[in-house]
Design a protein around this ligand. Structure first.
Ligand SMILES: NC(=O)C1=CN([C@@H]2O[C@H](COP(=O)(O)OP(=O)(O)OC[C@H]3O[C@@H](n4cnc5c(N)ncnc54)[C@H](O)[C@@H]3O)[C@@H](O)[C@H]2O)C=CC1
Ligand SMILES: O=C(CO)COP(=O)(O)O
Length: 320
């Protein structure tokens, strides 16, 4: 049995896909939400319009000890530490823990698997990440993701167990690279959305994406990633998806910034906090990340899009 903890859009979509291969428990913290989902067989709050198959049991609160092959943790990165602290006992008895979040914790600069290990020392951790909109997965549309785990045998077992008819998993041992690709692409998606929202055009977006990709690789390698990982599904693959699609919340948030409009309240935008986390790290490490810094200043209200563009375009000319 697979346990998915966190009944947001992504956790629910993963549960729907995994239900094609066997029983799944979808756990949520809110008892009323669990009741609603059991009654309607739909997660109307986070993934409306998708029927939850019978192979999914909805759970909340404490769970009886069962044979769990793996536990997927699908909550926003900034909430992950509190979530792990609140559910230490359950997480300690749920097989390998697979983080399904994309970000860097702002208060500590830690990646999702590091946050899990901080709270549950000795836990066996992995990360599942790559180009995958929850709606697409839940509809059964195909995609390919990266499953990264330091332990080769555990990684191979998870790859087998978590592959579904519409999710093809590629294996990696570069957990740092996979996590940073997923985290950084959200920051860049905000920038690309802002460029489009401000009417700068598709050429500007492509230029921004490419220069920011160079920064993403530089920053990730400095933080311990393998360079090639950033060109894979969890890096380049997800970057292209998120920077070019209005389905992405990070991209849409950027469009709102570019248009000077308020964004939809309560929507998860991982790239906002992660942008600040990356800049904090870059400052301490002496890393020059001009595009990511400009996006962060946009997000924190220190710059408008026209000022950010002036700042980037007035930099000294250099080799590519
Ligand atoms: N939505 C998508 O298309 C995709 C999302 N992701 C990643 O998945 C992660 C989760 O995102 P979504 O599911 O989209 O967010 P969401 O906003 O749809 O749902 C977040 C869920 O986390 C729950 N939550 C928050 N704090 C909690 C706590 N302390 N205990 C228990 N539950 C808690 C909320 O109740 C909510 O149900 C993010 O890191 C996101 O980047 C990854 C790929 C695709
Ligand atoms: O990570 C995602 C797709 O791979 C989802 O992106 P958003 O969080 O921007 O919607």
């Amino acid at each position: 049995m697979i346990r998915v903890m966190g009944a947001g859009a992504f956790g629910t979509a993963l549960a729907v896909s995994l239900a094609k291969t066997g029983p799944v428990t979808l756990w949520c913290r809110d008892a009323e939400h669990a009741r609603e989902m059991r009654k309607t067989r739909e997660n109307a709050r986070r993934l409306p319009g998708v029927t939850l198959p019978e192979a999914i049991s909805i759970a909340t609160g404490d769970l009886p000890p069962t044979d769990v092959d793996a536990t997927l943790l699908s909550v926003p990165t900034q909430k992950l530490r509190a979530f792990c602290e609140e559910n230490q006992r359950l997480l300690g008895s749920g097989g390998p823990l697979v983080a399904c979040c994309k970000g860097i914790e702002l208060s500590t600069g830690r990646r999702p698997t590091q946050v899990i290990e901080d709270v549950l020392p000795g836990a066996i951790c992995a990360i599942l990440t790559g180009p995958s909109f929850a709606d697409d997965i839940a509809k059964g549309l195909p995609t390919a993701l990266t499953l990264a785990c330091e332990g080769e045998a555990t990684g191979a077992a998870l790859q087998e167990r978590l592959t579904t008819p519409n999710l093809r998993l590629y294996r990696s041992t570069d957990v740092i690279g996979a996590e940073l690709g997923g985290a950084l692409k959200n920051v860049i998606a905000i920038g690309c959305g802002a460029a489009m929202g401000a009417g700068l055009g598709e050429s500007a977006r492509a230029a921004l994406l490419t220069r920011a990709f160079a920064e993403m690789k530089r920053a990730a390698v400095e933080m311990g990633a393998e360079r090639e990982t950033l060109s894979g599904l969890s890096g380049f693959g997800d970057l292209v998806l998120t920077c070019t699609s209005g389905q992405s919340r990070n991209y849409r948030f950027g469009v709102s910034l570019g248009q000077g409009k308020e964004f939809e309240p309560g929507v998860t935008v991982e790239g906002a906090a992660t942008a600040e986390a990356v800049c904090n790290h870059a400052e301490k490490a002496g890393l020059d990340l001009p595009v990511i810094r400009a996006i962060t200043m946009l997000v924190t209200g220190q710059l408008r899009v026209d000022q950010a563009m002036d700042m980037l375009l007035s930099r000294p000319l250099k080799e590519e």
